[in-house]
Ligand binder design. Sequence first.
Ligand code: HAM
Length: 411
Amino acid sequence: MSDRIKAPRGTFDVLPDQAQARAEIEASAKAVLERAGYQRIETPTFEETALFARGVGASTDVVQKEMYTFNEEGGESFTLRPEGTAPVCRAYLEHGMHKLPQPVRLWYLSTFFRRERPQHGRYRQFWQVGAEAIGSDDPAVDAESILLLAEILEAARTRELRLRISSLGTPDTRASYRAELQRYLRAHEGRLSQEVRDRIDLNPLRAFDADHPGTREVMRGAPLLLDRLRPEDREHFDTVLALLEGAGLAYEVDPALVRGLDYYTRTVFEFTSDALGAQSGVGGGGRYDGLMEQIGGAATPGMGWASGIERILLASPERAAAAPPLDLFVAYASPALKEQAFRLAADARRAGHAARVELGGRSLKGQLKQADRAGARFVAILGDEGTALKDMESGEQRDVETNTVMHHIRR
Ligand code: HAM
């Protein structure tokens, strides 16, 4: 025997006993989003690499290290989608959706691919449900979008849920703030940890996450991006917060909230679950008013989020897997009756019943045990002397004509 082949590292099989819990979350997400006017969109599993390089941002970890990219003859480069926002924006442009009433509300439920170090809750292929509202910069779009994700996570009974929110302003505001923060960190370099000192040029914002006591003390006096927002961005953010408050959704303003993708402007947010451990992000997103231009379209505002289905499952109570209902199990006493039994089960299914016939070559006794285990409501037993129908709920069994079985179970 040769070596047994396994699923690639960081991937997983969705087995039948997990399919139901997923289906519940998916159905609830669909219901919540479609009630709010979101319509389903699905884009291809792979896209031109340039879409992500330009859309997600060349300096992000996702683009630098995590993309599964393959080159075709003739120099074309494609990438398995690491996220869904850039593809949905591409589709919006490609299909002239700016002609539709704005904002265009779109949702998706698909698999995504990132070459990350696999660990609990972090995979190389994972599922996301996502929602994008494109074409309006109204702060109510932001608040509505966040409320919808809250509703989905609450319906899934996600444990220890927290919402953190912030605003990044415009890219210009961010660039000058970054320079200001770098000047501040350099002025206090002596009290910072080596790690933070090494990253002043590359990623000064990381200093906000440090555990090092000296660094934490320095950061307490650090300038905050939120205090540097332009008045119109500040007003936008305040309106989003007021709408969330009015809707009764608790949040924490976290001025140090950083997201892993470059396209964000203004609102950013993340739902975390403390039940998850290190990979605590259940879902997150924000506004991306500059993304359309990055990928060659006219300036068009957008707002959205995505949430990992596996993370929702891990952070919510386990659901008991129930067996699918079975109205009729057709058993037969001898091989000569198999064809008749097969036909009865097929007819029953066509008539809309859940029906199965023995396909494993079991003895009659084995078939009856199987019917019981499968939770069949009725069992039809085809014998050489005629057909019997057993009501598994009452235990009552009686002889019937084979062609009246359906009539009896319908009653
Ligand atoms: P993201 O924060 O990169 O945002 O991913 C969103 C969610 O996907 C995370 O909160 C997490 O639940 C899940 N997720 C991400 N990576 C993994 C992984 N390796 N394994 C399992 N789950 C994962 C985005 O993808 C943006 N497109 C969200 C967005 C939409 N922003 C605006 N519109």
